[in-house]
Design a protein around this ligand. Structure first.
Ligand SMILES: [Zn+2]
Ligand SMILES: [Zn+2]
Length: 216
């Protein structure tokens, strides 16, 4: 399983209804909206650069996270209590490095370290199928490279890095699932153009490219 969402309901129960296999959790990165359900699992893996975020201190106050959680009106699942919400903390059972292979038995995923959105962000690449599990690096929506812990130049280089892979399908962490593999090229070109114009620096705002935006 790649990422576990907000942690506002027991996602393990949902996954156990889908499969009978043992579940290992891979983390694309330690942002609170990707690790909320880690508490329901025994094992999880994360890149070495974000071990301290997940096991010691995530660099954002709980109040800010709670504010983000309730930014858009929505019905939380029954039993969820905002007052009790915590940012997940735990010690990983596996530490990931660029190029590591995750052996699932008859399927293998390769760890692609793609920093920029966060220092230990990873995509997972299934070479046999040409599938890229792209986390927050590639999706149809607003790509975030504006927080102090982001690095817009590293983000651009990470997009270039996955662009060199043979990709047939992109499975992102947010927004729509039916996105074309050509989105990787489009995002790479957008970053290149911002870079060439000298605009790829924090504080420059949101640039709109139609199907996606870049916030730096
Ligand atoms: Zn994120
Ligand atoms: Zn995210």
């Amino acid at each position: 399983m790649i990422d576990t969402g907000l942690g506002v309901a027991n996602i393990k129960k949902v996954v156990e209804n889908l499969i009978d296999l043992p579940i290992s959790v891979l983390t694309t990165h330690a942002h609170w909206d990707h690790i909320g359900g880690h508490k329901y699992f025994k094992d999880f893996a994360i890149h070495k650069n974000e071990v301290s975020w997940i096991s010691e201190q995530f660099p954002l106050p709980l109040q800010t996270v709670k504010k983000n959680l309730t930014l858009e009106p929505c019905d939380f699942p029954a039993g969820f209590c905002l007052d009790d919400y915590k940012i997940f903390k735990g010690v990983p059972t596996r530490i990931l490095h660029d190029g590591d292979l995750i052996d699932l038995g008859n399927r293998t995923l390769k760890v692609i370290h793609t920093p920029g959105h966060s220092p230990g962000h990873c995509c997972f690449y299934e070479q046999d199928r040409g599938w890229l599990y792209s986390g927050d690096l590639i999706y149809k929506g607003c790509l975030d490279a504006f927080y102090p812990t982001t690095d817009p130049i590293a983000f651009m280089r990470s997009v270039e890095k996955v662009r060199s892979l043979k990709i047939k399908k992109v499975l992102p962490a947010h927004h729509q699932l039916n996105i074309s593999a050509s989105l990787v090229d489009e995002i790479a070109k957008a970053f290149q153009s911002l870079y060439q114009q000298g605009k790829l620096q924090h504080g420059n705002g949101i640039f709109d490219f139609g199907t996606f935006q870049i916030h730096i």
